[in-house]
Design a protein. Structure first.
Length: 350
């Protein structure tokens, strides 16, 4: 058994070296313009076999590298469909710089129609960073992105939406990382020129040694300009959500002078920077008359949970006045679930 285990470890190590060489060779190749689609094998000792799809598009002229990732959660369909369309629409002859697409980061979640976690190993990719080269298939996927995709990126965009049970107000967001002011300022500027009506900033409080957990937070930790789009909800493809994502990407590429001409947003976005989360303490059946985008006042009852017999077991009150960024919008609720996220603007957080 020891000999067999040793052989498996050697083969996996060789695979990781091959993965690194393939991505680096494609990016370092000076030939332009070119488009290459790669299937980076990802396997684990649990018997899971798959690949990470990576499309590298190099324009005629050299320039920044802009990475676009969708499908970190496989039930979030608008980001995946928007990315599919972007990959087909971009005219390589009009592109300056390089685009790196990961069109579906968690294929196990996508093809098994499973929200949040990859059922192959029970791991949420957007909680697995920086990953583990010796871990399960999802942990290895996070490691590949951390080691071989984030380092080559100048701008790193992680596209999400409300998962299967979530209602969501479309917004674009970034981390207010004061230790890297230049990258944070560019993330802010790109957010404000994206055309989204709401620009949300999150506090950045972890040290460089702490696990980032979230993918675009890992990119921030690694010194990149990183941001995230949230557009779509409830496990469906809304054409308006797809269109909004594409508009945001095209606007940011234009601002980076990579593709197209910049178009000034017609409206000044609403800025939000102070988020609180209402959590559930009970398992049961959830009810609410509110929707994402509604404004609530501190103390308002925003929802409640009953048991299977209809008996009230928990009530949820707004802990502050603010707008609902996203919320649970289907009846099943479990202990620890996020009932809703409330956001407002606080000048002290600037």
């Amino acid at each position: 058994m020891l000999r067999v285990t040793t052989i498996i470890i050697i083969l996996l190590s060789v695979q990781m070296l091959f993965t690194q060489k393939t991505i680096e060779e494609t990016l370092e190749d000076t030939y332009r313009p070119v488009k290459k689609n790669l299937r980076i094998k990802v396997e684990d000792t649990l018997g899971n076999n798959g690949f990470l799809p990576v499309s590298i598009v190099k324009g005629k002229k050299e320039g920044p590298t802009f990475t676009i990732v969708a499908g970190v959660h496989g039930f979030e369909y608008p980001p995946i469909i928007a990315t599919q369309q972007l990959m087909q629409e971009i005219n390589i002859d009009s592109l300056t710089g390089t685009l790196v697409f990961i069109p579906i980061a968690s294929r196990g979640s996508f093809y098994n129609r499973t929200p949040f976690k990859n059922p192959e190993d029970g791991v949420n990719l957007n909680g697995a960073f920086p990953g583990n080269k010796d871990g399960s298939i999802t942990q290895k996927t996070a490691n590949i992105i951390t080691k071989h995709i984030i380092p080559v990126s100048d701008v790193f965009l992680d596209i999400h939406c409300g998962d299967a049970p979530e209602d969501l107000l479309p917004f674009i967001c970034y981390y207010n990382n004061r230790s890297k002011p230049e990258q944070t300022q560019l993330a802010k500027e790109l957010s404000e020129t994206s055309g989204f009506g709401y620009v949300v900033s999150y506090p950045y409080t972890i040290s460089d040694e702490e696990p980032a957990k979230y993918m675009f937070k890992q990119a921030v930790q690694d010194g990149k300009t990183a941001l995230s789009i949230e557009s779509g909800k409830l496990g469906n493809v809304q054409e308006e959500s797809v269109a909004l994502i594409k508009k945001g990407v095209y606007s940011m590429l234009a601002e980076m002078k990579m593709y197209g001409k910049p178009v000034k947003p017609t409206k000044t976005p609403i800025r939000l920077n102070d988020q609180v989360y209402i959590k559930s303490n009970k398992q049961g059946i959830f009810y609410s008359s509110y929707n994402a985008g509604d404004t609530v006042q501190k103390g308002d009852v925003v929802g409640y949970t009953t048991d299977e017999f209809g008996v009230l077991i928990e009530e949820y009150k707004a802990s502050k006045t603010g707008i609902i960024l996203y919320m649970l919008a289907t009846p099943p609720i479990n202990k620890g679930d996020t009932v809703m996220c409330l956001s407002s603007f606080n000048p002290e957080n600037e």
